[in-house]
Write a protein that binds this ligand. Structure first.
Ligand code: UDP
Length: 246
């Protein structure tokens, strides 16, 4: 099945995508490889913005389970995403790609504050905008931040780069005969509680008619393949494709 070719996309990378083979932190080689793929997508004519997670450094929920105050822990998690955003920016700028980091938590010495109109202007100028600090609010995730920014920026699709090549009916790492879905409706994902993104992110994409494309970002060249409508992935969209909405 061929998927549509999307023009303006938001790429969501989990913090773990930046770890490489390590169990924690930022692996420079991995960041450089990802930056190369993102730069190539830009050269291919896609308008790109990014949301990066922080799970490679700090996760609020995990810290709260170990006794941290949840809100403080979530702010720490959001700060972790800023470190990842700066790492990606650094790698992209070394490749000559114009980028801007816009943080939902104002941090004027390291990034611009998130202002929607400014972000739009950067994108119009062909810059890659990296959204940092999630939504700026505790009790949310960077998946929800990705859905929110995708809607605000008028993106045609949200690409979720993971370590699996799509959505399966069972965990492919544990179940031998797990079957990958080619496409799913938002309704199916929510009703069957399929672990794609959290429910608030899925609902936001559903309500704004933004397809979610889940693909394996660890495999070299996959971003380009998926962007051209090829490659292995699962697309989640409104029933009847991308022309429905509510
Ligand atoms: N976080 C938050 N609000 C947001 C986005 C993120 O509080 O809008 C915190 C939360 O503690 C989360 C951490 O930042 O655990 C890192 O984000 P996330 O877990 O989404 O990163 P990923 O799993 O994508 O690496």
């Amino acid at each position: 099945m061929t998927r549509p070719r999307f023009n303006r996309i938001l790429l969501k990378l989990s913090g773990e995508a930046l770890m490489g083979e390590a169990a924690f932190g930022i692996d420079p080689d991995t960041v450089n490889r990802l930056a190369g793929e993102i730069a190539a997508a830009r050269s291919a004519g896609h308008d790109l913005c990014l949301v990066v997670g922080g799970g490679n450094i700090f996760r609020g929920l995990a810290a709260a389970a170990r006794g941290f105050d949840r809100t403080s822990a979530d702010y720490m998690g959001m700060l972790a995403t800023v470190m990842n955003a700066l790492a990606l920016q650094n790698a992209l700028e070394k490749m000559g790609v114009d980028t801007r980091v816009l943080s939902a938590i104002p941090m004027s010495t390291v990034s611009e504050p998130y202002i929607r109109r400014r972000a739009m202007r950067h994108m119009e100028k062909g810059r890659i905008v990296i959204f940092a600090a999630g939504t700026g609010n505790p009790f949310f995730t960077t998946d929800t931040a990705a859905a929110l920014r995708a809607a605000e920026m008028g993106c045609d699709a949200l690409l979720k780069g993971t370590s699996v090549d799509g959505i399966y009916d069972a965990d492919p790492k544990k179940t031998k005969n797990a079957r990958r879905y080619e496409s799913l409706s938002f309704q199916q994902v929510l009703a069957d509680d399929l672990k794609v993104m959290d429910a608030s992110a899925v609902a936001l994409c559903r309500d704004n008619n933004i397809p979610i494309v889940v693909f394996n970002v660890r495999e070299q060249g996959n971003l380009a393949r998926v962007l051209s409508g090829d490659g292995t992935a699962t697309i989640v969209q409104n029933e009847g494709g991308n022309d429905g909405g509510l």
